[in-house]
Design a protein around this ligand. Sequence first.
Ligand SMILES: [Zn+2]
Length: 388
Amino acid sequence: MDEAPTQYDPISLTQALVRIGAMAGEEGAVASLVRDAMTALGFDTVTSDAMGNVVGTVGPRDTPVGLLLDGHMDVVPASGTWARDPFSGVLQDGAIHGRGSTDMKGPLATAICGIAEAGRTGQLTQRVAVSASVMEEVIEGAALARVLDAFDPQAVVICEPSNLELKTAQRGCVEILVHVTGVPAHAAFPERGRNAIELAAKAVTALAALEMPLDPILGRMVLVPTDIISSPYPSVSALPAKVSLRYDRRTGVGEEACAILNGIREVLAEIDPEAFTVEISSARYRSYTGLSFEAERDLPAWHTPETDPLVGAAQECLSALGMKPTCGSYDFCTNGSEAAGRRNLPTIGFGPGRPEDAHIIDESIATDALHAATAFYSALALRVAGPN
Ligand SMILES: [Zn+2]
């Protein structure tokens, strides 16, 4: 086991975080390393909440939090065959290798180091916070919601990997369950019942024909079935009483889950007015601190306009640091669904690492990108929460 470093920089902190790993609900050791690093780097306050999110702040006490940077501490499993130990955190060929290096131990380490650097200048006029949040890989937004309640920031940076490009939008996602109720009967006499599978097949066909809205920034939306299960399962020699379908619906800015559900209900009512019920999927989660909570899988899309001062500030910092100031969008869901989608807080995304390297075998992150992101976060903090 490697010794934890006593001095933290973006490289050593990324390596140390990668070596711990930690899937959702198991982030305790990552959280204590984050607390140690924030303390060693001179954060003014370092706190944890009941869910296990760690938040550090720099800047003058009793001032509002002008900017909050968020990075999650959990990783997805290191499945498949890797060229190196997925938790080696080894530095080789200009990159740190391992699960979570890009998504998102590297981005989290650079946020911590960059904000510490901004704090050390002594020029901040407002507080800047870094949240190391839990369980993003299983339920986006739920952990950040607690942090936002507690710290009430004026603007948010989602530090998910963006290849050092500014992201100002993100598609949303609603997970929908369609329950189909049939009439069970002996399979030898199907005419005596009503086959829930045949009803479900009609539903799948009808929903595939449903026209999806076109978002001017985020493109054409998607509705796709991801799961089908009969009940009882297995249903041997009998028509099943029930079938449940799971749908993934990618959403555009301003689309509300209840309107989406109603649209689906209308289509299904034409097949049968009674057989279908539709709901948003929800599940119970347990954080590493033992806190149990329920959350719906309803993650709104968001877009922060280029006229927003946060976007302008980010673009100025990027230009000053020799990076491209163009705006793009995330293709995957992030904690931004909570900050921007639900709360309308000015929000941008920016992080080191290429989005396409997230969740893959042999994940790695370039050290150049770690240094560039650290410089950007520090500059942005000073621009947004500094002496103007
Ligand atoms: Zn991530």
